[in-house]
Each structure stands twice: as structure tokens, then as C-alpha cells.
Design a protein around this ligand. Structure first.
Ligand SMILES: Nc1nc2c(c(=O)[nH]1)N[C@H]1C(S)=C(S)[C@@H](COP(=O)(O)OP(=O)(O)OC[C@H]3O[C@@H](n4cnc5c(=O)[nH]c(N)nc54)[C@H](O)[C@@H]3O)O[C@H]1N2
Ligand SMILES: Nc1nc2c(c(=O)[nH]1)N[C@H]1C(S)=C(S)[C@@H](COP(=O)(O)OP(=O)(O)OC[C@H]3O[C@@H](n4cnc5c(=O)[nH]c(N)nc54)[C@H](O)[C@@H]3O)O[C@H]1N2
Ligand code: SF4
Ligand SMILES: [Mo]
Length: 739
């Protein structure tokens, strides 16, 4: 045994940095968790959340047995009984009301579980419902859409080449707390510091002086929601001052020039809350930097102009010649599951939008799903196609999506609900059946999602650290049996049999007929996601093509102690493109059509007080508040307020504020902070664990306020369907002490 790396290798399943961990165990206990020094990708980095994997594994509140609700109480049952209940109650709904009567919501942790990621789409297809929702429309859908329109595929998203850049402009992201998003980059804080130490420049645009802004050379405290104006003004300055040097293979430069021309810094400065001269200088700095990247994240996505922002970020990268350049914004080349490595290099069909529409509001489908803020109306509005049953997989929309009490009431109204989850929380308390996922330490993992967005190309696999309880199905087994169930097949059949049928279907769909049998044989007989990963790796850009060339396969990835390093990112244009024109589309018509709405917004009256969200290194959306290691310390669900705003509203540090919006009201303790832009309050999301029936004993001690109870269900970016989570108008008042 090697002394260098004791402990089982595990890819951390908690955030997008996907750090490699070493987990040391004794018997059934975790004794130590460290960063894996031998991981070529994360090089030993880890954050405090990783340590809490021990708490998560041991959490007495974690659901370990299937639960069925009888007379309002959850009772443990066998997996067969759980599925029998689903069969008895779900199938009649499907038969009587059709596929759209069953909705599915997939949540964030799905991307961290290979079993869920690989098998959920099969269940969704089998259900045949148009009512598929996910956290993407609370998050990154605008970036995926702008990338799809510009580069031809939903996952062709460029990421900053942070280790080689001289200038990084960050908008609406706080990677020092979030550890990076749509940008898989372990130890981003260390890398940002290194950027500055080598003489590079970091500029952060954020209404709050965040932990990332604290590290920066320059912080621009933009007004929430004004990113589009800032980005247009930056582009307008580049054109006006002759600073553009567009990348090759780019179409639409003139159209972009015309689009941004009406928005010079002097015209948008007031809307942005920034000096025109500062905006102008920023454009010059960006253009002058030998190697630079612009990066925008959730703060730029969850706005009315989320897709416009996401587009303009890459327009700036392209106009300044920094897109697809070392030290600029580069496209990863993932070893498996990357559509931008398949088919004809350099050209494709592009993407289709709006193939279906939502029943009530008529919102278009985007990337196969509908805006999650429409879930409640689909449940509560009577008529053909009304949602009567819901399946959730690792999703907590009751807290993570706008709506508060209204959404909660909609969930309570369902005829039937099944949750594949690990907790009884604000959402799953409404379920009739809860199917537990095994512990993260009991399942294998391949980093399929984040290798598409990684700062360096790598292929990593982790085996289960502990064996899974024999009578508890793995994520993919649940989904496989559910898929059989809704298709009216024998869901009790051995999983190997069920998986075989799906595998053959996939092979027949993706391979020329003469290869199906030999490839099938090479993949072996063990069912589950591993052989799908093997297939994807072997047919992927570094793959061995089943022996037809020298290359990688799953066995080789597994043989490397902490994964295979596939090298730094490299330029990929025009090979990566899948647009019909074979060009980078700098001026997609869907985005140009936003012109009039932008003009109207520039002239609109801004509210006096708005609320934005925030993340803390020790939190993770709505579901890690039950882990003692992370929950200890002060209440983190506080309302940050600039001292002037606090004084204006008669609120002192520690006082309870009543925060009211057009949609709801919450109470939260005030934390006075000069880091806030005046007129902007900040409350974290994911809290609000106080609901009846919630079984989260640690989280319930500090349940916190649900930010999303303040946010309207009706406001979204119409192009991507993504919710507006930022810059919502509120009023503040001190709570009147109870007498
Ligand atoms: N106001 C506001 N709202 C936001 C955001 C914001 O910034 N502001 N951020 C949004 C973003 S970016 C996201 S991604 C969403 C996240 O929102 P969701 O996608 O709803 O995800 P979480 O809140 O992380 O809840 C995860 C759920 O998965 C369960 N779970 C955890 N681990 C596992 C597992 O291994 N297996 C299974 N089966 N279940 C598991 C948890 O118990 C919980 O029910 O929230 C969004 N909501
Ligand atoms: N510790 C921790 N890490 C996480 C998560 C977590 O909950 N906790 N969640 C994970 C998930 S699901 C995601 S999607 C990522 C998100 O990762 P990030 O995108 O880095 O998310 P945030 O930290 O919320 O940073 C968003 C920033 O946008 C700012 N902002 C708000 N409104 C505006 C605006 O109108 N314009 C601009 N320019 N800025 C604005 C906010 O002040 C905030 O600082 O984090 C992931 N990592
Ligand atoms: S940064 Fe993210 S992936 Fe890395 S250890 Fe922390 S939670 Fe895990
Ligand atoms: Mo997210």
C-alpha cells in the first residue's frame, strides 16, 4: 500500500469545484477527510464543507429506508412496498390524465451523482411529460442558452484560464465563497491571489463588496440588474475608441456595434450607479491586457436580462480577442459526454428552442424544460393537462424556488408525490413516498458534469468508500425500476435485465449496426452507470475506440490513483462549433430582439430598496444546514444593510427587520455592513426550515427566513425562463416587539 495517499479517493460531491478527497476509514467510521494531494486536478485543496461529509454520512436525520406516508405520518417500508405504492397511485393518474399530469423536478445535487445524472433522463423520457423542471431555471440556463446560440451547443461554455491570465473581470459571482460555478476550479481563492501576485488585475462587479471583491484591485458596486447596461457600455466604448480586435470565425460584429452604439458609458452611468469615466477606463484596461477574461455568473443570470448578460460577457471576450486564447476564456474538452466533441467538427445543427410551451402561461421550453417558477400554476390551474402528481429528485423547490407560501400550498394540493431524496425537508414533507439515495460515500462517481466546465481537462472516477446496505437500491436502480414501472413493465425484474434493455437501446441508437454486438460485449455484464461511463470515455475525444487506437477507457482512469490528467485547456475554435454557419454567432437574432426591452428598462424608475442573495462558504443551497460542523457559529441568515439604510429604517445591528415585497414578508436579524451598496439589502437563500413535519433537528434550531418567499413567481428572463432572484423591490421596517 502506498504511504503517499492513504484513504479512499472520492470526488467531493458538494460543489462544482469537484475537489479530490482522501477519506480514511476504520470499519464503518470515517476517521479523517483530507484533500487528495495526488489529484492532478485539485492538488490537495478542500474547503470546510468537505469535512462535513462525515456528518452527512452519519446524520441521524438522513433517510435510510424508503418511507410511505400513512395517516399523515411517514412509515419505513421495503423498497418493494414503496414501489408498489407508486404503482398503485401513479399509474392510474397517468392512465386517466395523461403524461403531462405528472411533473418532474430535478435539483442541484443530481449533477454530483452519476446514477441520478445518467438515469433521470430515461425516466423523464418514459414519463413523456412536458412538465420537466429543474434548478437550471434558477441558475445557469441563460449562460447555456447564450452559449447554445453563439457556439451551437448548450454545454459549450468558455471558462477563464485563470492560471495564465493577466486580467480577470468578474460580474455577479463570488467564487471565494461559492468555490466557482460554471467554472470548475478548485482553490479559486489561491489562484486569484496568484493572479495578483504575478502582477495581474482582478476587477469585481457586485452590489456587495464580497469576499472576492475584497481580494480585487477594483470593486464596482453596480446597481442590481444593471449588468446589461454596463456590458453594452463596455462594448460601445471598445467600438467607439477603436479598441476591438475580434477573434476569427466570428459573424455579426457590425450588428453588435449597432446594437450597443446607443449605450455609451455616459448614457448608462446613472442606471448602473457607476461613473462613466470608470466604465470607459475599464473597457480600455480590458482591451489593453495581453491576456484577459470576462466571467459572469449567477448574479448576472438571475435577472430579467440574464441571457443578454451571458451573451454580452462572451461578446466582450470575442471583441477583445480574448475568447479561445490561452490566458483568456477557453473551452474545456471533456473526455466523456461532451456533445461538442461529437459529430462533424466545426459545424452542426445549432439548437432548437420552444419545441413545446407550458400549458398555463405558454412559456417556451428551453433545453427540454420549462421555467420552474411555473410549477405552482401548473398544479393549481384546473383543466386538461393539470399537474396532479410530482416526482422530485434531489430538489427542494419549496425553499429554492420563488413562491413561498403559494408554492408550498400548491405542493400540498397534489394528489400524489414521490421524492428521491435524503431528508424530510420543506419539499419532501409533502411527499407520499420518499425513496432514499444511499450516502454519497456508498456510491461510485464519475465527474461527468463538471469536466465540461473545468479549468483543466481530466478524467476521474471514485469507487464507493463504504458498501451500500444490501436492501437499499442505488440511485440508478431506483430510476431504472421507476422507468420500468411507468412503462408498464415488470419493475421487479433483476436490475441487470432492466439495464440491459436500456443499454441495447442506447447502443443501437448511437452506433453503426456492425459495432453494436462487439461494443456490447466489451462493456461487460455489470449493470449501472460504470459501463455507460466506459462507453462514453472510449468513444470520446481521448478514447481508445474499443482498441482501434491508443487512448483511454474506464479501466485506465480507475488505475490512476486520483484520476487521469489530460492537460491544460487549449484553443478549440473552429473545431468546437456546432452552429449551422460554422461561425461564432456574435449577434443571434433572439438576442438582438431584446433591444426594445432594454431601452424601456433603461428609462424605468428604479425602486428605492431592493434585495439580493448571498452564499456563505459553510452553506450549500438549502440542504446542508443540518450538519453540526457547518451549522455551528453565529446565525448566518441575516439581512445585510448599509448603515445609512439601517438608520433610515430605524434598524440597528441585531434588530429584527420585517422585509416586505409584493409577494411576501419575512423577518430576519439585521447585520449592518458597509460592504453593501446603499439601497440594497442581502439575505441568503435556502433557509426557512421551520415548516411543520420537517425532520432536520440541527437546522430547525436556526431555521432562518426563506428569501424566496419575497421573490415573485412571475418574474423571469423570457428567453431562458430563468427566475429573477435579484434586485426585487422590498420595504423594511423594525419588527414590533411582542407585548
Ligand atoms: N433566492 C435564491 N434562490 C436560489 C438561488 C439563489 O441564489 N437565490 N440559487 C439557486 C440555485 S443556483 C440552485 S442550484 C438551486 C438549488 O435548489 P435545489 O435544486 O432545490 O437544490 P438544493 O436546495 O440544494 O436541495 C437539494 C435537495 O436534494 C437533497 N439531496 C442532497 N443530497 C442528495 C443526494 O445525494 N441524493 C438525493 N436523492 N437527494 C439529495 C436535499 O435533501 C434537498 O432536498 O437554488 C436556487 N435558489
Ligand atoms: N458555499 C457555497 N458554495 C456554493 C453554493 C452555496 O450555496 N454555498 N451553491 C452552489 C451553486 S448551486 C451555485 S449556482 C454557485 C453560484 O456561484 P456564484 O455565482 O459565485 O454565486 P454567489 O456567491 O451567489 O455570487 C453571486 C454574486 O452576485 C451578486 N449579485 C446579485 N445581484 C447582482 C446583480 O444584479 N449584478 C451583479 N453584477 N451581481 C449581483 C451577489 O451579491 C453575489 O455576490 O455556487 C455553488 N457553490
Ligand atoms: S470546494 Fe467544493 S468540492 Fe472542494 S471540498 Fe469544498 S465543497 Fe468540496
Ligand atoms: Mo446552482
Amino acid at each position: 500500500m502506498s504511504d503517499a495517499a492513504p484513504g479512499a479517493f472520492r470526488i467531493c460531491p458538494l460543489c462544482e469545484a469537484a475537489c479530490g478527497l482522501r477519506i480514511e476509514t476504520e470499519g464503518t467510521q470515517v476517521v479523517r477527510i483530507r484533500g487528495a494531494e495526488d489529484d492532478p486536478f485539485s492538488r490537495g485543496y478542500l474547503c470546510p464543507k468537505a469535512i462535513a461529509l462525515k456528518d452527512l454520512h452519519e446524520d441521524p436525520d438522513r433517510v435510510r429506508q424508503p418511507l410511505v406516508k400513512r395517516n399523515g405520518r411517514f412509515e419505513p417500508v421495503t423498497w418493494q412496498e414503496a414501489l408498489e405504492t407508486i404503482e398503485a397511485r401513479l399509474l392510474p393518474i397517468l392512465r386517466e390524465h395523461g403524461p403531462d399530469a405528472v411533473a418532474a423536478v430535478v435539483g442541484n445535487p443530481v449533477v454530483h451523482r452519476i446514477g441520478l445524472l445518467n438515469y433521470f433522463p430515461r425516466l423523464a423520457r418514459a414519463l413523456g411529460t412536458r412538465n420537466v423542471f429543474s434548478a437550471s431555471t434558477l441558475d445557469q440556463m441563460p449562460k447555456q442558452l447564450s452559449s447554445a446560440l453563439m457556439f451551437g451547443h448548450w454545454l459549450s461554455v468558455p471558462v477563464p484560464d485563470v492560471d495564465r491570465t493577466d486580467f480577470l473581470l468578474v460580474l455577479g459571482a463570488n467564487p471565494v465563497a461559492s468555490n466557482g460555478s460554471m467554472w470548475t476550479v478548485p482553490d479559486v481563492k489561491g489562484r486569484l491571489k496568484a493572479l495578483r501576485e504575478r502582477g495581474g488585475r482582478l476587477v469585481v462587479v457586485d452590489p456587495r463588496r464580497t469576499e472576492t471583491a475584497e481580494l480585487a484591485d477594483q470593486h464596482l458596486a453596480l446597481k442590481p440588474g444593471a449588468d446589461a447596461f454596463l456590458l453594452m457600455a463596455l462594448a460601445a466604448t471598445l467600438f467607439e475608441e477603436g479598441l476591438t480586435r475580434p477573434i476569427p470565425h466570428a459573424a455579426g460584429v457590425d450588428a453588435v456595434r449597432d446594437f450597443v452604439a446607443p449605450y455609451p458609458p455616459e448614457r448608462v452611468a446613472a442606471a448602473c450607479g457607476l461613473d462613466a469615466a470608470v466604465i470607459r477606463q475599464l473597457a480600455r484596461d480590458l482591451a489593453a491586457a495581453p491576456r484577459a477574461a470576462v466571467y459572469g455568473r449567477i448574479g448576472t443570470c438571475t435577472q430579467r436580462f440574464g441571457t443578454v448578460n451571458s451573451w454580452l460577457v462572451d461578446v466582450l471576450n470575442a471583441l477583445t480577442g480574448h475568447l479561445d486564447r490561452e490566458g483568456g476564456a477557453l473551452f474545456p474538452k471533456a473526455p466523456a459526454f461532451a456533445a461538442n466533441t461529437q459529430g462533424q467538427p466545426g459545424q452542426g445543427k445549432g439548437v432548437k428552442l420552444g419545441r413545446r410551451r407550458s400549458r398555463v402561461s405558454g412559456a417556451p421550453e428551453v433545453y427540454g424544460e420549462l421555467p420552474i417558477t411555473l410549477l405552482a400554476e401548473e398544479i393549481t390551474t384546473p383543466g386538461a393537462g393539470q399537474v396532479r402528481a410530482l416526482f422530485t429528485a434531489a430538489a427542494n423547490p419549496a425553499l429554492s424556488a420563488p413562491g413561498g407560501a403559494k408554492l408550498d400550498a400548491a405542493l400540498a394540493q397534489l394528489d400524489f408525490m414521490v421524492s428521491l431524496d435524503i431528508y424530510v425537508n420543506a419539499t419532501t414533507r409533502h411527499a407520499d413516498v420518499i425513496l432514499p439515495s444511499p450516502s454519497a460515500l456508498e456510491v461510485a462517481h464519475y465527474d461527468a458534469a463538471f469536466s465540461q466546465l473545468a479549468h483543466r481537462n481530466a478524467a476521474r472516477w471514485s469507487e464507493p468508500v463504504f458498501p451500500k446496505a444490501a436492501d437499499l437500491p442505488d440511485d440508478w436502480e431506483w430510476l431504472l425500476r421507476l422507468t420500468a414501472l411507468v412503462q408498464g413493465q415488470d419493475w421487479r425484474a433483476p436490475v441487470a435485465e432492466l439495464d440491459e434493455a436500456l443499454l441495447m437501446e442506447a447502443l443501437q441508437h448511437s452506433l453503426p449496426a456492425e459495432f453494436v454486438a462487439p461494443v456490447r460485449q466489451a462493456l461487460g455484464d455489470a449493470p449501472g452507470p460504470a459501463r455507460i461511463v466506459d462507453l462514453a470515455l472510449r468513444l470520446g475525444p481521448y478514447g481508445d475506440q474499443f482498441g482501434r487506437r491508443e487512448g483511454i477507457n474506464l479501466a485506465r482512469v480507475k488505475a490512476a490513483p486520483a484520476g487521469l490528467d489530460l492537460g491544460p485547456l487549449q484553443p478549440r475554435l473552429p473545431e468546437l462549433l456546432r452552429t449551422p454557419s460554422g461561425q461564432v454567432e456574435l449577434a443571434p437574432p433572439e438576442l438582438l430582439a431584446e433591444g426594445p426591452a432594454l431601452e424601456a428598462a433603461l428609462n424605468a424608475q428604479a425602486p428605492a430598496m431592493v434585495v439580493i442573495g448571498r452564499r456563505h462558504l459553510r452553506n450549500n443551497n438549502s440542504w446542508m444546514h443540518n450538519l453540526p460542523t457547518l451549522a455551528k457559529g453565529p446565525d448566518r441568515c441575516t439581512l445585510l444593510l448599509h448603515p445609512d439604510d439601517a438608520a433610515r429604517h430605524g434598524l440597528r445591528d441585531g434588530a429584527i427587520a420585517v422585509v416586505t415585497s409584493a409577494s411576501g414578508e419575512v423577518r430576519a436579524p439585521v447585520e449592518v455592513s458597509t460592504a453593501m451598496r446603499p439601497g440594497v439589502a442581502s439575505l441568503p437563500h435556502g433557509f426557512g426550515h421551520g415548516g411543520e413535519g420537517v425532520q432536520l433537528r440541527v437546522a430547525q434550531r436556526q431555521p432562518g427566513a426563506n428569501l424566496n418567499a419575497l421573490l415573485p413567481m412571475g418574474d423571469r428572463d423570457p428567453l431562458s425562463g430563468t427566475a429573477v432572484l435579484s434586485g426585487v423591490a422590498v420595504t423594511l421596517a423594525p419588527a414590533v416587539a411582542a407585548t
